[in-house]
Design a protein around this ligand. Structure first.
Ligand code: GRG
Length: 303
């Protein structure tokens, strides 16, 4: 099929994000009642409901609607993706990993609940994510649910997030090439964004061609997300110079601006958003508007 003309209809993106994030927050709140043992459910809820932009679950819902599905079909999956993202942040912040004290503007999970509970809260969120999709998805053919679960599991395990984290850990203090950096980012960040989009489209009833098209879109925005994160590290650091040495400048962590220079990194980000949006031109422009604006939001966000 020929790409459609890429006209972008008027769209209130801020309202859209607020509305979708509200839906996701309500569903997440209901997914984890404060039951016994209270402490573990409290720890799970603490990080899961601590804010966050909710980019991944909103992408999941937007992809479901892009292919003509009702948002309700993908809500359990959107929650599962956010549960997995949150558990990866809890584990990433642990003293044996990044040893961070703050996350989403609040003390990290292990700072509040202790290391043992933080590890278990992460484990429990991971298990709940898969249970939630399997048990709560309704009106989707079971073959689609199984396909989406396999996609999500691949994005989490030793071919996904875990692969990115382990390679990142073993790269510390070594000379990292642009190729190594891309491997780390693709696995630590892009794979989950990709799974969010692909699983949303699968739950929404998308055909194979449409699913593979949104996958391509997701790959570009996944990489874009990290390039922009790296750029923000530098630009925020320079804004804060004089007060404190910024994160990126203070560590020997490899970043896109460090490896290619700030202006080339910005150019690369602009190229990625262009390529992502190009993939949307095959879809109905009104239905694709949320994903179009999400790509731009990721590219030009300020935090
Ligand atoms: C998944 C089993 C399993 C283990 C975890 C620790 C680990 C393995 C992976 C680390 C993954 C990680 C922390 C990647 C960084 C991803 C990233 C870009 C986070 C920031 O995402 P935002 O900006 O954050 O969407 P908010 O707070 O807005 O949700």
């Amino acid at each position: 099929t020929k790409p459609r003309k890429n006209t972008v209809p008027e769209f209130q993106f801020d309202d859209y994000m607020v509305k979708k994030a509200k839906t996701v927050n309500k569903a997440l709140d209901e997914a984890i009642p404060l039951q016994k043992p209270i402490i573990i459910h409290e720890a799970m809820r603490y990080s899961l409901l601590a804010g966050g932009k909710r980019v991944r679950p909103v992408l999941c819902l937007a992809a479901c609607e892009l292919v003509g599905g009702d948002e309700a079909l993908a809500i359990p999956m959107a929650c599962a993706v956010e549960m997995i993202h949150t558990m990866s942040l809890i584990h990433d912040d642990l003293p044996c990993m990044d040893n961070d004290d703050l996350r989403r503007g609040k003390p990290t999970n292990h700072k509040v609940f202790g290391e043992e509970t933080a590890v278990l809260a992460g484990d429990a969120l991971l298990a709940l994510a898969f249970k939630h999709v399997a048990a709560r998805t309704s009106n989707v053919a079971s073959g689609r649910v199984v396909k989406a679960i396999a996609e999500l599991a691949t994005a989490v395990g030793s071919e996904g997030l875990v692969a990115g984290q382990i390679v990142d850990i073993y790269s510390e203090g070594k000379d990292v090439t642009l190729k190594d950096l891309e491997y780390i980012h693709v696995h630590k960040t892009s794979v989950l964004l990709e799974a969010a989009v692909v699983c949303g489209a699968v739950m929404g009833g998308g055909n194979v061609i449409d699913v593979e098209r949104v996958r391509k879109y997701a790959r570009y925005i996944g990489l874009l997300f990290q390039v922009v994160d790296d750029i923000l590290d530098v630009t925020k650091s320079s804004e804060e110079l004089g007060k404190t040495a910024g994160k990126d400048l203070a560590t020997d962590k490899a970043t896109y601006p460090k490896l290619m220079g700030l202006s080339r990194a910005k150019k690369f980000a602009a190229e990625l958003v262009g390529r992502a949006v190009e993939e949307l031109s095959y879809f109905d422009a009104a239905r694709a508007a949320p994903l179009y604006h999400l790509a731009n939001y990721i590219a030009y966000r300020s935090n």
